[in-house]
Design a protein around this ligand. Sequence first.
Ligand SMILES: CC(C)(COP(=O)(O)OP(=O)(O)OC[C@H]1O[C@@H](n2cnc3c(N)ncnc32)[C@H](O)[C@@H]1OP(=O)(O)O)[C@@H](O)C(=O)NCCC(=O)NCCS
Length: 189
Amino acid sequence: MRALVTLASDRICLRQWRDEDRDAFAAMNSDARVMEFFSSRLSREQSDAMVDFIQKHFNQHGFGLWAVEVPGIAPFIGFTGLAVPSFSAHFTPCVEIGWRLAFEYWGHGYATEAARLALGYGFGTLALAEVVSFTSVTNHRSRAVMERLGMRHDPVDDFDHASIPEGHPLRRHVLYRLGAGDQPSRLEE
Ligand SMILES: CC(C)(COP(=O)(O)OP(=O)(O)OC[C@H]1O[C@@H](n2cnc3c(N)ncnc32)[C@H](O)[C@@H]1OP(=O)(O)O)[C@@H](O)C(=O)NCCC(=O)NCCS
């Protein structure tokens, strides 16, 4: 099995998941504020299954949705990282970047900082040509992270997410793209 990387900045650490993270992850997945832009909150079983899936993804690809730790503040605040979507759309196959933090850790810049670490790894070590991100049209906090990262949105890329039923208000998604050549130099800081 390949060694799995840990990434760190002055404030945060992106690390592999531990069993102790599962309680905090289940709590955030049952929080209506965190899950506002998903079709439903997750049960404990669904939350644990997601951790299992994330760990399988790391073993398959060598990268994934890292657990985010803020040393001295909290051992686990959520996840940020890179993933290969399992559905088909006009922009797949691709590598996406995604994030989900517990509500009490919003508003500190942690998601953007964690995403910069993940993008530095994706464009550096993995030599990716492009990273995409997508979310429901009305998820303005997530879109703001994408925009802070310098990702670009072209409305011609917007799409209906296949796993959300027709007529559901969250079905319409925006797609943001960042190419290796577009990356701001601070990603490598
Ligand atoms: C999407 C999500 C991660 C964004 O969290 P966020 O806290 O808004 O984003 P960041 O962590 O980058 O923090 C940015 C905010 O922290 C502030 N901030 C405070 N201290 C900061 C610092 N030291 N450095 C940078 N920003 C700082 C920024 O000004 C900004 O505030 P604003 O939103 O009032 O403009 C969060 O809302 C979430 O987990 N949502 C639920 C899951 C979800 O929808 N995920 C996306 C699905 S595709």
